[in-house]
Write a protein that binds this ligand. Sequence first.
Ligand code: GTP
Ligand code: MG
Length: 219
Amino acid sequence: MNKFRKSVSTHLRKFRLRAIPEFNLLILGLNNSGKSTLAGRLCMKNEETLKNINPTVQPNEMDLKYKTMKVHMRDLSGQWRMRQSWHTFFPNTNALIFVVDSTDVSRLAEARCELCDVLLDERMSQVPLLVLANKQDVYGALPSSMIIDFMGLNRLEGRAWNIQECSTLTGAGSFSTIEWIYKSLKKQRPQSRIQKILNPTFLFSQMCPLDCRRPAVDV
Ligand SMILES: Nc1nc2c(ncn2[C@@H]2O[C@H](COP(=O)(O)OP(=O)(O)OP(=O)(O)O)[C@@H](O)[C@H]2O)c(=O)[nH]1
Ligand SMILES: [Mg+2]
């Protein structure tokens, strides 16, 4: 009996060593920011397909193998109505990419509020965040330093985050996104209960992490 148990545990250990870790990556952002173009590029879709992407209606789910990990990507619609159901994808999310259209200054406040709502959700409190300052190929696109200011990203505490300039349309900077996600996921360890309690996002979960100034009436 002991021999049997030993052989089962040896096989299980071998299997665990060989198993590829799988992670869930959520791609959010306002409509028209470039989420689906990013997802398509990471999945090596051809240029013709990338230039003819329609606004997303149903969530787009895709698997990507990168180095030693398997990433399950979920690209959701950024339309106002669809944003109300983003939270159903929060459980088991390991990393978040928030795409911003750097050419659309008029919508940065809206993007800030939406991101704030996501970060306030306790299920997202430990999730590393990568903000993509997209559409850098367009003349006049805001640099990442200005996006940091406009969106109040410097206020973020207790969370691994980064911002990156890119153009998902031309591809420039798109693949470094997955490299950053890879590195931060590799560092991820399950949190102990005490660490969770000591985490400021958990303690002050009702405070707005980005100090967003949402208008009184949602338009
Ligand atoms: N110039 C430029 N246009 C881009 C870039 N990325 C995306 N676009 C264009 O922006 C438009 C919207 O892109 P999508 O990828 O569909 O945007 P989305 O965020 O998925 O939008 P929803 O699905 O409606 O939420 C398309 O016309 C894209 O070709 C970019 O880096 N530069
Ligand atoms: Mg889309």
